[in-house]
Write a protein that binds this ligand. Structure first.
Ligand code: SF4
Length: 477
């Protein structure tokens, strides 16, 4: 089976958390997960506590599928955390859903994780040698076991002691019977923000998860910061101060929702500026600018704004097939793209077209879309991409590809152009990309999938070699 969105990299998770003695915390978490659905469509879960009991509901599917009949509920519930996950197909998927929940000597704890740990295999091996039994194959369980085994007295100390052993990308929401805790890794790879609605506190991977419940944005959790919300109020701890910040630039290019603001930078504004920079750099003129919807649309409107070429809809996306799976024959792969996208003949026929997309991973879908436009009568198709060529895999929480499957790892720009059949192909430069996020310090970002400057040394090697991130063995089939 292949997924028809397979041409895009997938964010692996979104996390959420609510602390309140007034509002319905599980209902709010449900709404928050709905807003974060783009960060993971394979499974969803919500854990809740009333201060004594703790329960979790998890399942495979979209948020509204998992909680089709009922959102979890407890009388006097006061804390909830939630998780949406993307994973490729594999075994025991239900066992790998989150939030994780454990009983340990210190009480009950639930944890949800967005990211990927680069030394999880090493820690897991050590813990297993010492007798720890793991119940899932996800790296997130390493956190739970380290925290549960810690001999420190307070939960804050247990967590910080554990975090100091861990390397990689992680944003966590953690729930005890009394506390909601949020953590962002020292590099700040993935986003996590804090919101407030009267006396209710919210943690969310993105600010769109605050908007949906009417909460006010308070601030981002800083890299290397742990925030604790309890009856004592709000407390902040720094567990790392000297690490070089390396927030993921791809959140702005593709992963995050355009209505989110991450670390002070509007995602929409960043994409619009990427389109403007792309127009300046390419200088490509045409009759119309179109986007590959929806992720290329903000950049396409920026391209049109800068170039003065009119923007129009040239491709229509079917919005109701997000999780349709089809058999991997070539004919059906072509059908998959047609199921998702169709050209508007009257808009493109006889026209020279600039088509803007946010990225090219494998290049196969781009080629099909170019052919689709030509079949609809487009005179010329110029593909403009609002990010640099992706030549290297990601080890920090993305469903990454084997490097050889990244088209830019093995082909020059001209070879990629020939492969997709476009009349011309332009990628945004790394410098242009950096100028597109003026609200953040461009030197504090990760660009490793473009330039291989990995912020954290990769420690996991697998049978498939160091080019492939594999914690559990997962195959697309
Ligand atoms: S390698 Fe690319 S996708 Fe991964 S964290 Fe860095 S910028 Fe983001």
């Amino acid at each position: 089976m292949i997924e028809i969105e397979a041409n895009k990299w997938k964010e692996e998770c979104g996390v959420y958390g609510v602390y309140s003695h007034e509002d319905d915390v599980s209902e709010m978490t449900y709404l928050g997960l709905y807003a974060l659905q783009h960060r993971g469509q394979e499974s969803a879960g919500i854990a809740i506590t009333d201060g004594a009991w703790m329960d979790v509901t998890r399942g495979m599917g979209l948020v509204n599928e998992v909680f089709r009949h009922q959102v979890p509920h407890m009388d006097n519930q006061c804390i909830a955390i939630g998780h949406v996950r993307y994973s490729t197909t594999g075994s025991s998927l239900l066992a790998n859903t989150q939030p994780l929940i454990v009983n340990y000597a210190g009480g009950k704890m639930s944890l949800a994780h967005n990211g990927n740990l680069t030394n999880a295999a090493e820690i897991r091996h050590r813990l297993e040698q010492e007798g720890t039994i793991f119940q899932t194959s996800i790296d997130s369980e390493v956190f739970v076991n380290l925290i549960a085994r810690s001999r420190k007295t307070s939960i804050e100390e247990k967590i910080i002691e554990s975090l100091r052993q861990i390397k990689g990308a992680y944003c966590l929401t953690i729930m005890t019977e009394e506390k909601l805790i949020g953590v962002r890794d020292p590099q700040g790879f993935r986003p996590l923000c804090i919101g407030r609605l009267d006396d209710t506190w919210i943690l969310s991977s993105e600010s769109c998860g605050l908007d949906v419940v009417g909460a006010e944005f308070v601030r981002d959790v800083e890299p290397g910061e742990m925030v604790v919300i309890s009856a004592d109020g709000f407390q902040s701890y720094r567990f790392a101060v000297d690490e070089k910040r390396a927030s993921c630039i791809f959140e702005y290019i593709y992963f995050a929702r355009p209505d989110s603001v991450i670390d002070g930078q509007s995602v929409h504004d960043a994409r619009f500026m990427m389109g403007r920079m792309l127009a300046r750099e390419s200088g490509r003129q045409a009759d119309i600018v179109i986007s590959v919807p929806d992720s290329g649309t903000a950049a396409a409107t920026g391209y049109a704004f800068e170039s003065g070429i009119p923007f129009t809809e040239g491709l229509i996306k079917n919005r109701y097939i997000g999780r349709t799976f089809i058999q991997p024959t070539q004919k059906k792969r072509d059908t998959a793209v047609k199921l998702k996208l169709n050209a508007i003949r009257s808009a493109v026929e006889g026209k020279s077209v600039v088509m803007v997309d946010d990225s090219i991973v494998r290049g196969t879908t781009s080629g099909k879309i170019v052919r689709m436009l030509r079949n609809a009568g487009a005179k010329e198709v110029h593909m403009c991409v609002s990010s640099p060529p992706i030549g290297y895999p990601c080890y920090y929480g993305i469903d990454t590809s084997v490097r050889k499957d990244l088209i830019a790892a093995t082909k020059s720009v001209e070879e990629i152009r020939a492969f997709i059949g476009a009349d011309s192909l332009h990628f945004l430069s790394l410098e242009g990309l950096k100028k597109s996020v003026p609200a953040v310090n461009a030197d504090d970002m990760c660009y490793a999938c473009f330039n291989s400057a990995y912020p954290i040394e990769q420690q996991q090697e697998t049978a498939e070699g160091p080019d492939k991130y594999v914690f559990e063995q997962r195959k697309k089939c």
